[in-house]
Ligand binder design. Structure first.
Ligand code: ADP
Ligand code: MG
Length: 376
């Protein structure tokens, strides 16, 4: 209660008290009432750790939306030698680097561990060995300092990246999460309350970018390279297919498109015709974007929302951002997209998601484990 009134913990998470409960948001869930400690009028600062793939990332985030530091130690140069992420190398590098990155994040934020209110960490989905590096570090910090531990879902992190630069953004909205491992259309009903309404049947969008880039000789990581090269190509040069899934209008499929690109390259080779890399890149990219835009805006319309967000590594694609901007503008839909640095893996997004979990009273035990195939 504040001044005799009930306030909603989710709308004002940093000023809730033990007995404040918004019936609308929580439906009177006792669990939240019992586990949440009182922190009325207090800022909540979270140390966040992300290590699900090949970025060792640590951030300090205040009240879910204010980033005090966001340090990312990328291993991309190491994995480029092998044409993709080597899980064993990723795990080892996380262990080597994590302490340094934590120290750097605290120093940049001008904070000490004692200034933190909780430690949040990605515990899935991702590479098991890589995840374990971050989870173990977070558990050790929590155990040694007494800070509450909060396990965060990586995809929830990607979606929450949108809250950081858009202070006014509140659920509900539709979010397209397109990354190297996922292509999900998510109905964001509330903080921490998600329904996946569409997903890929085969390759993720980012995976398709990486595979096609390799096929046309651009190397790893493919997404940014195709993005750049496409600017010099004609997106209508080659009519690559746009897959429709009969059973679910929101699902995606990119493996047919990938095969079509490979077939096109083979047939050019067999006929001795030259391949214009830029035209292949631009035509492939347009085929991916057309499908992502069509399915996403169909969902926004069907659910009657006026807000739409994108997230994940592919969301940093310049043509994709422009296509959504244009399509949303035409339909009076407010379009949200994180800055590119918050689209690819980072820990600021884990701090944002961790804050809303913290506000709901979610606390993880020391038995928190890495879950490579964790469901949203
Ligand atoms: P994950 O969470 O699956 O580990 P990220 O969220 O870090 O992955 O996204 C990495 C993926 O995003 C890679 O597949 C990469 O090729 C893709 N990507 C990054 N930048 C771009 C871009 N500008 N255009 C298209 N794809 C991109
Ligand atoms: Mg990711």
């Amino acid at each position: 209660m504040v001044d005799g009134k009930f306030i909603c913990r989710l709308q004002y998470p940093h000023i809730w008290g033990r007995y404040e409960l918004c019936q609308e948001c929580f439906g009177g869930k006792d669990r939240d009432m019992q586990t949440v400690e009182t922190c009325r009028g207090k800022n909540v600062t979270i140390l966040a750790i992300e290590s699900s793939c090949d970025e060792t990332a640590v951030a300090v985030v205040r009240n879910g939306r204010e980033v005090l530091s966001n340090i990312i130690s990328s291993q991309i140069d190491l994995h480029t030698l092998y044409g993709g992420v080597v899980p064993e190398i990723a795990s080892r590098k996380h262990i080597e680097r994590i302490d340094q990155v934590i120290a750097e994040a605290l120093k940049t934020a001008d904070r000490k561990l004692k200034d933190m209110d909780a430690v949040a960490v990605t515990y899935g989905p991702g590479l098991v060995g890589a995840l374990l590096g971050g989870v173990s570090a977070a558990k050790a910090i929590s155990f040694a300092s007494g800070l509450p531990l909060i396990g965060v879902h990586h995809i929830e992190g990607h979606i929450s990246a949108n809250y950081i630069e858009n202070k006014e953004l509140e659920p509900p909205f539709i979010c397209l999460v397109a990354s190297g491992g996922h292509s999900h259309l998510v109905n964001v009903l509330g903080y921490g309350d998600y329904r996946i309404i569409g997903r890929t049947r085969d390759d993720a969008a980012g995976e398709a970018f990486d595979k096609v880039a390799r096929a046309i000789g651009l190397g790893y990581p493919g997404g940014p390279k195709i993005d750049r090269l496409s600017r010099e190509g004609d997106p209508d040069a080659i009519p690559f297919p746009r897959a429709k899934i009969a059973e679910n209008e929101y699902d995606f499929s990119f493996s047919g498109l990938k095969s079509a690109v490979l077939n096109y390259l083979n047939s050019c080779q067999m006929k001795g015709e030259p391949v214009c890399q830029a035209d292949v890149a631009a035509s492939f990219q347009k085929a991916v974007i057309d499908v992502l835009v069509e399915h996403s805006l169909h969902a926004v319309r069907k659910f009657g929302y006026d807000k739409f967000a994108i997230a994940g590594g592919v969301a940093s694609n310049s043509s994709l951002r422009a296509a959504f901007e244009e399509a949303c503008g035409r339909r009076n839909i407010r379009f949200y997209r994180p800055s590119p640095v918050l689209c690819t893996d980072n820990a600021a997004m884990i701090g944002a998601a961790g804050y809303y979990e913290y506000a709901k009273g979610v606390r993880s035990g020391y038995d928190l484990n890495a879950v490579p195939n964790l469901r949203l």
